[in-house]
Design a protein. Structure first.
Length: 311
């Protein structure tokens, strides 16, 4: 039997008020809001699956309670602070309350939206990491299957891997389902297929389930999957190199050629006199140096980040 890994900062015994708020706010939120928001949970059904894909060890009811609590606290605090500040500034009480309620609603909705999308960002991050780990995991599983090791034991060995932590975490979930919850390996793998953020890993697991059910050769299947994954990574790397080549041309154009052309043009304008739109050449050079060129640099960073993330 495996032992469930519980974060050290979460205490199973009676959690006090201050301890619950500071160390485990979801417990405090669930304690006071869990039953009240239960009827609204069907509206957040998709969020429950995203929480699993993100690897957040929280129930849907606890996370929704936490989201509602933080949104309410942010909104109420904004109403009080904004109304007080506007009233002290000399505005009528009614106008101060209107400003307070308006900003409070906006802030509360903003906090709600941020907390709603946090699991999506976590799931996306885990997907990228798992896709990077997958070629190594697939080859490892192929070697283990070739040695005649059964599927349960393969995932048991994967969960101890330190070089592939994300897939090791999902393997731990599979072993937990088998050894703690009493599922058979096929049911556990089907559950992993649903909650895995990586579509490539989920597809490999789905194929493994079909192979086990049909009594097929698991070694051959995993070897074929490994070759397919390696080929996909090879093609992705080739596409990355081609994209980086095009990106290099964009970088040279925006950050080297464009500033030089602008400076030369402004220098010529300074010699012959005049300006653009009533702005002097000096003003335009300052604007270009401290606004346009940094914006181009920021655009380059965003493009490069999207290129790397998309890999």
């Amino acid at each position: 039997m495996i032992s469930l890994k519980i974060p050290k900062h979460v205490h199973i015994q009676d959690v006090g008020f201050s301890q619950s708020v500071l160390n485990a706010p979801w417990l405090f939120a669930y304690r006071y809001l869990g039953t009240r928001i239960q009827k609204f949970l069907p509206q957040f059904a998709d969020l429950g699956l995203i929480l699993q894909k993100a690897g957040l060890k929280l129930s849907l009811q606890s996370y929704v309670s936490l989201t509602v609590l933080f949104s309410a606290i942010s909104g109420v605090a904004s109403i009080l602070v904004t109304s007080s500040v506007v009233a002290v500034a000399g505005a009528p009480i009614l106008l101060a309350l209107m400003y307070g309620f308006g900003l409070g609603l906006l802030l509360g909705a903003g906090v709600f939206g941020i907390l709603y999308f946090v699991p999506i960002l976590f799931a996306s991050s885990r997907k990228r990491k798992m896709d990077l780990e997958l070629p190594f995991v697939a080859s490892h599983m192929s070697i283990l299957a070739a040695s005649g090791i059964p599927p349960t034991r393969i995932f048991k060995l994967l969960e101890d891997s330190r070089t592939t932590p994300e897939i090791a975490s999902d393997s731990n979930e599979v072993i937990r389902d088998v050894e703690v919850l009493g599922m058979d390996i096929i049911t556990a793998l089907e559950a992993e297929h649903v909650r895995s953020p990586s579509s490539a890993f989920a597809e490999m697991v789905e194929g493994l389930v079909a192979t086990i059910r049909s009594g097929g050769n698991m070694k051959s299947y995993l070897l074929d999957s490994t070759h397919t994954i390696m080929d996909s990574r090879r093609i992705a790397a080739k596409q990355m190199i081609e994209s980086l080549a095009a990106f290099g041309e964009i970088y040279v154009t925006l950050m080297i050629v464009f500033p030089l052309l602008i400076i030369v043009m402004f220098s010529v304008m300074a010699l012959i006199g005049g300006g653009i739109g009533g702005l002097s050449v000096t003003t335009m050079m300052i604007f270009t140096t401290y606004a346009i060129i940094p914006l181009c640099g920021a655009a380059i960073i965003v493009m490069l980040d999207n290129l790397l993330v998309g890999d």
